[in-house]
Design a protein around this ligand. Structure first.
Ligand SMILES: Nc1ncnc2c1ncn2[C@@H]1O[C@H](COP(=O)(O)OP(=O)(O)O)[C@@H](O)[C@H]1O
Ligand SMILES: [Mg+2]
Length: 343
């Protein structure tokens, strides 16, 4: 990256993800500070801070406290209370937290690479802010990022983030099972998945085969493409049953009007859109960035780079505007960690 951009990189916005990351709802309450009762930005900051001080297990760290709605003197569902008048200000917020050990390991790696951390961001959250339109988030949408080892889901409704989860399986599970089922190496299984697999076996005629000789000169075997896709379908079913369960816990199973938007390398699987519609009973589409980039545009449009592009735009946007869905704090925390690590 330093070579391509001809710039030395000193610090980075770091994306964090993994099944250790969980979300919960927290509430905060404060008394409005001004004598005339006008609510200020500082009151909002204090109420978010109050929501942050929820009882969190000692081995977890808060990454984001995202306000969902405010209550002013009992009046609910207020998006922006600044300038309103009241005595009591409440917030309902989504708290995203991660395991302290995982966060420490990550910050240590970045530090050892000689970089400073500008911000630590739950990666799927950045992807959600970058790949979904305002309208989709308003009517209800899920962002499903299928990576190698994990699949992450972020659900938005009425413009707010409703739920987020990182599931412990991803597209790598499909590759592993292909290697076992076809008795090939992982490398060959990966090539077969990328070049010959479909998420829908019914689309493939019985007679179609793949010759293993093209991957390994010593092989003579021919494998039925339908069989390949049956393995893919089974593992995809496993991933999607976890996704459906997650949607069920928030009452959104088959109930997101804007459907799901797919990102991540795993979303490039042939016929995935159709399979997703069938499995989840929801509209589905491949995520498109809702912005224009110069330079390496064609490369960066690839879903594999969804997270990197999203983190870049997220940091750009959140350093320029005063609004921040992830209130500051984690930055100071990350720096705190680094201080711990210094001799
Ligand atoms: N063309 C493709 N078809 C199917 N799967 C693909 C394709 N390209 C990449 N993948 C899969 O995407 C996964 C990696 O996705 P990626 O978003 O890069 O991972 P992560 O974000 O977890 O690092 C791998 O399991 C890889 O096999
Ligand atoms: Mg990815």
């Amino acid at each position: 990256m330093e070579t391509i951009s001809a710039r030395q990189i000193r610090s980075a916005v770091v994306g964090i993800s993994g099944p250790h990351i969980t979300t919960s709802i927290s509430k905060g309450v404060v008394a409005v500070s001004r004598a005339d009762g006008e609510i200020t930005v500082s009151d909002v900051g204090r109420v978010i801070e109050a929501a942050r001080t929820v009882a969190l297990p000692p081995n977890r760290e808060i990454l984001h406290v995202i306000p969902r709605s405010y209550v002013v003197d009992g009046q609910e569902k207020i998006d922006d209370p600044v300038g309103m008048t009241g005595i009591r200000l409440e917030v309902e917020a989504l708290v995203v937290s991660g395991a302290t050990s995982a966060i420490k390991n990550l910050t240590k790696c970045i530090f050892q690479a000689g970089l400073e951390i500008d911000d630590l961001v739950f990666a799927p959250l950045a992807t959600g802010y970058t790949f979904l339109t305002k309208k989709q988030k308003e009517i209800g949408v899920g962002l499903l990022d299928i990576g190698g080892g994990t699949t992450s889901l972020v659900v938005f409704e009425e413009g707010d983030i409703l739920h987020a989860a990182v599931l412990p399986i991803g597209s790598g599970l499909i590759t592993n099972d292909l290697a076992i089922g076809l008795r090939t190496s992982i490398e060959t299984a990966e090539k077969i998945k990328i070049n010959y697999a479909s998420a829908i076996p019914d689309k493939i005629r019985e007679s179609e085969t793949v010759s293993l000789a093209q991957f390994d000169a010593g092989e003579t075997e021919k494998i039925e493409k339908k069989y390949i896709s049956e393995i893919v379908q089974a593992r995809l079913g496993e991933i999607y049953s976890l996704v459906a369960n997650e949607l069920k816990t928030i009452g959104k199973d088959g109930m997101l009007p804007a459907g799901v938007v797919l990102t991540g390398g795993g979303s490039k699987l042939e016929d995935l859109i159709e399979a997703t519609k069938d499995y989840l009973r929801l509209p589905a589409e491949i995520g498109k960035q809702n912005f224009e980039l110069g330079g390496f545009v064609d490369k960066l449009g690839d879903p594999v780079y969804a997270t990197s592009v999203a983190l870049m735009l997220y940091s750009f946007e959140h350093s320029q505007s005063s609004f921040s869905p992830s209130e500051p704090g984690i930055l100071g925390k990350a720096k705190g960690f680094l201080k711990h690590l210094l001799p």
